[in-house]
Design a protein around this ligand. Structure first.
Ligand code: ADP
Length: 451
């Protein structure tokens, strides 16, 4: 407004000055048209009333500087009154036409901003962020587009006090949410918000809530399906994997009682009982770990752990004759993880690397990667086909050729490794080239100061 007034004074002064050189070219009354330029500019930018003010000031300046007697506000020739009145009417008419154009432009601009807002509302609500997060952003955008000090959108019903006014967002009888706006807004603005925003906002909110419900339902169904699959697999393991060592132990136990056994045979049967008993114990441990992971009750004890120490502990669980190479970057930071769980995960990976690499040495490498630490367990085994790279991390999954081999594991090792690594905030995956070997990669967060 103040800048508008300053511009009026400047423009009218410029117009008045520019008439002096033109005076000898034509009749002075005809020159009043120059002031119309100032009226058009001011009313197009600042609106009708400042346009009228420009017309008034122009008429006064034209009279004072150019209509005889010059330098006074009186007019000698009565025909000049007619010229001045005609100028004033033309200026006011010009101002209202400019104002009309200006309003159309402003309306078009705000219509475009509102259409953009509607599109953005749909994008945010149906995008990946949750509905509550999207509503917070939409609330801020809505305030900007409508030039309001603030607005807030909350789920369900809300009344925050006398300084807020709430507009219900309802789909039929169902209250979905509430739009809160300042209580002191002019009624026209409130009506505009009600008309232009509320219907679209309610429609996208309804869609987003419905989508959230369906996603939750799908997650629940997937959870049930998975736990059902795990239960079936546990039953299969119990009926087969647990049964075979028990059968072997019972048979060996009965055989050991035979009187005609030589000490060597008795010794062999004893070793068989110990071996099968150890396998059984391991399987029971695996099943217990898996059930904890599935039930999300394997709560990790996160603390700063030296990678070297975790790897050493995992190596200690391997057979003495296993050939292993170790490459640990000397700059390596500690990780923030559950020591025992990560040790168990690495031990499972090492066990597989030794088992599948046909006597070739396996390698463990640990390197820093920004604020993460990457540990690779590499073997020169048969590799893993692409189609199996995700499935091998599923509980009880064994490659088709191995499920009948009684000496392979139960298919729990990688599922447990994945569960434990993820519990420490890490991730695990496999990189493999068929026929050349595999690298199981564990990515863990590095410890920060104060961990
Ligand atoms: P298992 O105890 O049967 O080895 P795991 O969960 O450890 O169970 O592994 C699942 C399957 O992944 C294995 O049956 C095997 O087919 C495949 N696998 C795991 N590690 C390797 C490896 N290093 N090289 C090739 N295949 C592997």
């Amino acid at each position: 407004m103040i800048s508008g007034v300053a511009v009026i004074v400047v423009l009218v002064s410029v117009c008045s000055a520019s008439l002096y050189p033109l005076k000898h070219l034509t009749a002075v009354t005809a020159l009043s048209v120059v002031y119309l330029l100032a009226v058009v500019v001011v009313s197009a930018v600042w609106g009708f009333w400042l346009g009228v003010a420009t017309a008034v000031l122009s008429a006064v300046a034209f009279n004072f500087f150019h209509l005889p007697p010059v330098g006074r506000f009186t007019i000698a020739d009565s025909r000049n009154w007619v010229a001045l009145a005609a100028f004033f009417i033309a200026a006011v008419a010009t101002s209202s036409v400019s104002e009309f154009g200006r309003r159309r432009a402003v309306d078009a601009e705000s219509g475009r901003a509102e259409a953009d807002l509607t599109a953005e509302m749909a994008r945010l609500m149906l995008g990946s962020a949750g509905v509550a997060d999207a509503l917070a952003v939409i609330g801020r955008r809505l305030a900007v587009v409508f030039g309001l000090p603030w607005t807030m959108i909350v789920l369900g019903e809300a009344h925050y006090g006398a300084r807020q006014r709430s507009i219900a967002l309802c789909a039929g009888d169902r209250r979905l949410g509430t739009l809160l706006i300042p209580a002191d807004l002019p009624e026209a603005v409130v009506d505009r918000v009600r008309e232009r925003v509320v219907p679209a906002l309610t429609a996208v909110l309804e869609l987003a809530l419905e989508r959230e419900r369906l996603v939750a339902e799908a997650v629940q169904t997937e959870g049930l399906r998975r736990s059902d699959a795990v239960k079936t697999a546990v039953l299969r393991a119990v009926s087969h994997d647990l049964r075979s060592p028990v059968t072997a132990m019972v048979t060996a136990g009965e055989a050991v009682r035979a009187p005609q056994l030589t000490p060597a045979e008795r010794d062999e049967l004893g070793s068989l009982v110990v071996q099968e008993g150890t396998r059984l114990g391991r399987l029971i441990d695996d099943l217990l770990d898996l059930s904890k992971i599935e039930a999300h009750s394997a709560a990790p004890h996160l603390r700063e752990c030296s990678v070297e120490e975790v790897i050493d502990a995992a190596l200690a669980a391997q057979p003495d004759d296993a050939e292993l190479r170790l490459r640990i970057d000397p700059q390596l930071a500690a990780v923030r993880a559950d020591f025992v769980q990560v040790e168990r995960a690495l031990a499972n990976l090492l066990e597989n690397a030794i088992r599948y690499s046909n006597g070739e040495p396996a390698t463990i490498r640990a390197v820093p990667a920004g604020d993460r630490v990457i540990i690779r367990v590499i073997d020169r085994g048969p590799g893993i086909p692409k189609s199996e790279r995700d499935r091998i991390f599923e509980p009880f999954y064994r490659s088709p050729g191995q499920s009948s081999d009684p000496h392979t594991g139960s298919g729990l090792g990688l599922a447990i490794a994945k569960g434990f690594v993820e519990a420490s905030g890490g991730s695990i995956w496999v990189e493999s080239t068929a026929g050349q070997g595999s690298a199981f990669v564990v990515d863990l967060p590095a410890a920060r100061e104060g961990d």
